[in-house]
Design a protein around this ligand. Structure first.
Ligand code: FEO
Length: 397
């Protein structure tokens, strides 16, 4: 496998992880890539490493060696401590030289020490610090909590190329290495990535976009640590990030539920029909089929989150609680919310879902809808009417 020259003298020496299916709770049916970048100048810099799994470190070093003897690398830059980018650092430094300056943020230094317990030659940089490689200058920009406290970007001002760590990434493994080559598929991957990795950090995203705009930074190319490089129109992903960070909503309801004996499912279908009658897009998503990370992708731009659960042993059904906990961590906002469900005798689930909605500070638009045991014709008509009410509220905004 050859390294890919993404710009004159700049190479992607990362690897594809074709087979990963679960990325800490995020379903990755298209795999992912761990990108790392080699910059050839009078001084040579390597940005990030790869996961220390299987053959990945060896493959990365093989790609580096196809361009230059790794021992000639002058600087290793760690934009982010998480192990998918730092895991192979030990093996990389063995090949490059253990005394090679390892450039990172202040928190990066602390976190790398806590991960690897090695006395490497750390060089801590602050936001705005510059490093000349010869013809090119690297500028470092701390991006705390985007998405870890150690995260930072590296920018080449002469080429206007940004190495953005996890930001603007997509979990996608492919031989396509650029947005224009992957084509229309790139935005759905980027949206799922934002919804599941960065939604929680939306205020920091908006702050960062404001800061780089104020600094007058222009981007001809954005190179994330996962997926393809944005070269055709980097503005497109920046604008999408602003939209997603504001959680701008469209006329759409996500109706996520599970069911024990199909009664909650019957309610879900009737509610969906009522919502659709108001001209609102509705996505009924049973947790027997849909992964929580796909549900979050749909929630990102939805106007309403409708959650359905039967009551099991006086509680919310476990799959629905899993969904709610995952959702709460990602902090959706600017959404209406409502709960429904079938029950046998105690029926606590709807109330407990509302408690979760309150914890998420979502706008509960209705106390909830319950049906005892199996819905009949009348109760299904009540569900349709309840759906119409939700659809009308979404349209009214
Ligand atoms: Fe791709 Fe935060 O690691």
């Amino acid at each position: 496998m050859k390294p890919i020259e993404i710009a004159p003298g700049i190479y992607d020496v990362g690897v594809n992880d074709w087979n990963i299916e679960d990325f800490h709770g995020y379903s990755t049916p298209f795999g992912t890539s761990y990108n790392a970048y080699l910059i050839m100048d009078e001084k040579i810099a390597l940005i990030d490493a790869v996961k220390d799994k299987e053959h990945f470190p060896e493959e990365m070093l093989h790609k580096v060696a196809a361009i230059v003897d790794p021992a000639k690398i002058d600087y290793v830059i760690s934009n982010h401590t998480e192990m998918d980018h730092s895991g192979a650092l030990g093996k990389v430094l063995q090949a490059v030289g253990v005394d090679t300056p390892l450039i990172c943020s202040r928190v990066g230094h602390k976190n790398l020490a806590l991960h690897f317990h090695q006395d490497w030659n750390f060089k801590v940089v602050k936001s705005g610090a510059e490093l000349s490689l010869g013809k090119r200058t690297l500028t470092f920009l701390e991006t705390r909590m985007l998405h870890w406290p150690d995260s930072m970007f590296t920018y080449i001002k002469e080429d206007q190329i940004l190495f953005s760590s996890d930001a603007f990434g997509q979990h996608y493994a492919g031989n396509e290495k650029f947005d224009d080559v992957l084509g229309g598929a790139v935005m759905p991957h980027a949206k799922k990535y934002y919804a599941n990795i960065l939604m929680h950090f939306s205020p920091q995203v908006l702050k960062l976009v404001k800061a780089v705009t104020a600094m007058g930074m222009e981007f001809k190319m954005i190179c994330p640590d996962h997926g393809v490089v944005w070269r055709k129109n980097p503005r497109k992903i920046l604008d999408a990030y602003v939209r997603w960070a504001n959680q701008e909503r469209v006329h759409k309801a996500v109706l996520v539920y599970d069911s024990m004996w199909s009664s909650t499912e019957k309610m879900a279908n009737a509610i969906a029909a009522g919502i659709a009658e108001k001209g609102v897009e509705v996505r009924p998503m049973t947790l027997r089929k849909w992964h929580r990370s796909d549900v979050m992708t749909e929630i990102l731009d939805a106007g309403a989150i409708i959650v359905g659960s039967p009551t099991l042993n006086n509680n919310i059904f476990p799959t629905v609680m899993d969904m709610l906990i995952y959702m709460k961590g990602l902090r959706p906002f600017n959404k209406l919310a409502a709960a429904f469900g079938s029950y046998g005798w105690s029926g606590e689930a709807v109330k407990q879902i509302n408690t979760q909605f309150e914890a998420m500070k979502l706008e509960i638009m209705d106390p909830g809808l319950r049906v005892q045991y199996v819905p009949n014709k009348e109760s299904l008509e009540t569900c349709v009417e309840w759906g119409r009410k939700i659809g009308g509220a979404i349209v009214q905004g």
